[in-house]
Design a protein around this ligand. Structure first.
Ligand code: T4K
Length: 438
């Protein structure tokens, strides 16, 4: 049985038999999730809750929402912020207010909400490949996808790393297309030293609990276009312009007062959240350095960054273990690593039925979707947990041939047993649960 050298504490795993997937105790008693919410000062939060209750003003452009919108505008250096009930509805309203129609070019490598926000309004998402270096939409692939039906481009600042905004602006201007950014991951990040939030015709944030900054549920559209902002304000409130006067078709996209006060409170701790994320990122970088076939994504040190995603690219041809095998090993240890954003929107319904050949023009998306693995970070983990997680990865990768052999023995033995013994941790059957049709 191989032994492993290095600096580990007493609970550190040392041999293959220590791995939970082969019968050892799980490294963590409680699951370590990707996307645990960052929470600000509880006393301040409760004081604001009391204010809200005293005022009995719970929604409909209340004082906390107004204060929240002003704070975000000031932070981003953008003229208008319209707070919303979540990022998906914010995307839908942004798309509608920009009068996008026909076809819109989007990356397939994103959370499915980006594509759904279009499809929901009977607009065809045309999936574009990504630049493998940045994971964001590849501007050099866009022009050949433009048709007479194309009305816009949506770039996604994935993992908080900005798109190649300058190139996208150039393409949009030369083809008279609208440019919208899904900035769900981009809160607190910058591009060329300007905060994300003021680019394109509009940008959309998500403030979901899994995001670096949350308002329970929430989102916002930010834009420097005053006329567009007026339209968005109407649309998110049924089209009401004063009592009894509806001047536009609208929906209910309003943020409520609790979300806004949660946001105001969390905003006061942003620097702390970033510092923790950054320290965690540096710990992962240190602990994984030199591990062949495992690459941690890099953030541009010249820019502001929220370090919310500790994302690995696993090159199976070097690790000799697939990304999924490594995730299985981690999950057995209660480290609930995720495959964001496998398998790519084009392989989810309804898109895979609409465009069964889409993969042919998405080679980088398909390659990356098989490699990514997102690890826990945020205020719920620290250096000790990270050391343990990385130790598990080291054992896995340095003993790949033996692990593969044991895993294939296990799956042979499992043929009479419908569920793996470590599945109850997440209960996830990847292929079945993640791409089952509607
Ligand atoms: N565009 C992009 C690029 C996005 O990433 C998203 C959302 C959107 C648009 C749409 O914005 P929203 O409409 O959501 O505001 C999650 C989120 O539901 C989703 O908001 C997010 N992206 C996406 C990346 O992740 P799941 O399926 O991973 O969520 P779930 O329930 O598995 O939670 C993830 C982990 O977080 C779990 O391991 C547990 C932990 N967690 C979660 C919640 C909700 C907590 O510890 N506490 C919590 O309250 O989709």
């Amino acid at each position: 049985m191989p032994k492993f050298q290095g600096d580990w504490r007493c609970e550190m795993k040392m041999t293959l038999d220590d791995l939970a997937i082969f019968g050892g105790d799980s490294a963590f008693q409680e699951p370590l999730h990707v996307g645990r919410p960052n929470l600000g000062d509880r006393d301040l939060l409760l004081m604001r809750v009391n204010d809200m209750l005293d005022r009995r003003w719970l929604s409909n452009n209340g004082p906390f929402v107004q204060e929240f919108e002003q704070r975000i505008s000031d932070m981003m250096g953008v003229k208008n912020c319209i707070a919303m009930c979540n990022g998906t509805v914010a995307l839908e309203i942004a798309i509608r207010s920009l009068e996008l129609k026909g076809e819109v070019i989007v990356p397939s490598f994103t959370f499915v909400a980006t594509a759904h926000a279009l499809q929901w309004q009977k607009i065809t998402p045309v999936f574009c490949d990504i630049d493998p270096k940045t994971h964001t939409i590849d501007p050099s692939c866009i022009e050949k996808m433009i048709t007479p039906r194309t009305s816009g481009i949506i770039g996604v600042h994935l993992w908080g790393r900005p798109c190649d905004i300058a190139s996208l602006e150039k393409i949009a201007a030369s083809h008279n297309l609208k440019l919208l950014f899904d900035a769900a991951h981009g809160f607190g990040c910058s591009y060329k030293n300007k905060m994300i939030g003021s680019f394109g015709d509009a940008e959309v944030f998500s403030f979901h609990p899994t995001k670096f900054f949350n308002t329970c549920e929430g989102g916002a559209i930010v834009t420097n276009d005053d006329a567009l902002a007026d339209k968005i304000r109407l649309m998110k409130n049924f089209g009401f312009s004063g009592y009894d006067n509806v001047i536009y078709i609208g929906t209910n996209g309003k943020m409520n007062e609790f979300s806004a006060l949660m946001g105001l409170t969390n905003l006061e701790s942003l620097d702390k959240f970033i510092a923790v994320n950054h320290e965690n990122y540096k710990s992962y970088e240190r602990e994984l350095r030199g591990l062949a076939g495992v690459k941690l994504i890099v953030y541009d040190q010249r820019e502001k960054c929220n370090y919310q995603y500790v994302l690995l690219e696993i090159d199976e041809s070097i690790t000799e273990l697939s990304r999924d095998q490594i995730i299985d090993i981690l999950r057995a240890e209660n480290v609930l690593a995720r495959r964001y954003f496998y398998p790519g929107c084009h392989k989810m319904e309804p898109y895979r039925s609409h465009f069964p050949q889409a993969g042919l023009v998405l080679p980088e998306t398909e390659k990356l979707a098989k490699r990514v693995c997102s690890l826990p970070t945020g205020t719920a983990v620290g250096p000790d947990e990270i050391k343990k997680i990385c130790r598990i990865m080291q054992i896995a990768v340095t003993s790949a041939p033996e692990i593969r052999e044991r895993l294939s023995g296990q799956s042979a033995n499992k043929s009479n047993d419908s569920r793996s013994r470590y599945l109850p941790i997440g209960g996830l059957n990847y292929e079945k649960d993640t791409i089952s049709p509607l």
